[in-house]
Design a protein. Structure first.
Length: 207
């Protein structure tokens, strides 16, 4: 049975909140009612923050991480080791690895992983730009830090084959991350050790 709302404005707001991942209509209603209980300025600030996020957010021209400027704070940091690049699926993995405080190199955000069932192929990802970074000869090691799923492993192998012609070490994070696990949900200690104990990629599929 459909929920009846006393106001079309309330219903419209609930409909929008319910579009968020993991938010059902009951939770959406609770969030909307919470917003109504706040001072008007609080709601205005919330709305303006979302509009600014959508309109003003940019992506780092180097690593494709979400950024406030043309080049993100990590790529702009002279203390980071530019010779080591960690390849991740999206910004959530960057945040997870940064929280371990164990990695001092740079990142490359693919924007997803190869998934034919979802219609995502290599050309839909930032793989070619990774190849271009390696071509400059500034990158000495590429660390593959994708989730240990079939799609993640497929993407790892595709990148490995693309980078094989170049003089670059290709490593993969240690399998302290269980098979099928998403990187963003790994605890910081396990993830940190997986980064530190990374192994050459070509050894990861030898019997």
């Amino acid at each position: 049975m459909n929920q009846k709302y006393p106001s079309i404005l309330l219903e419209n707001a609930v409909n929008e909140f319910a579009k968020l991942p993991g938010v059902g209509r009951k939770t959406a209603l609770r969030l909307v009612l919470h917003m109504l209980r706040q001072e008007p300025q609080a709601t205005t600030d919330f709305a303006q923050a979302l509009v600014a996020l959508r309109n003003d957010i940019t992506y780092c021209k180097c690593c494709h991480n979400i950024s406030d400027a043309e080049k993100c704070a990590i790529c702009s940091n002279p203390s980071r080791d530019a010779s080591v690049v960690c390849v991740v699926e999206n910004v959530k993995e960057v945040m997870a690895i940064e929280n371990t405080m164990q990695f001092k190199g740079l990142y490359h955000v693919l924007g997803g992983i190869i998934s034919p069932i979802d219609g995502i192929g290599p050309s839909d990802l930032e793989i070619e730009s990774l190849v271009q970074r390696v071509k400059t000869n500034e990158v000495k090691e590429v660390v593959l830090a994708l989730s240990t799923t079939m799609e993640g492993d497929t993407t790892n192998f595709y990148i490995y084959k693309k980078l094989q012609p170049f003089d670059v070490n290709i490593s993969i994070i240690a399998r302290g991350i269980s098979i099928g696990d998403e990187i963003e949900y790994a605890d910081e200690i396990t993830l940190g050790r997986s980064i530190l104990n990374r192994t050459p990629f070509d050894q990861s599929f030898k019997i």
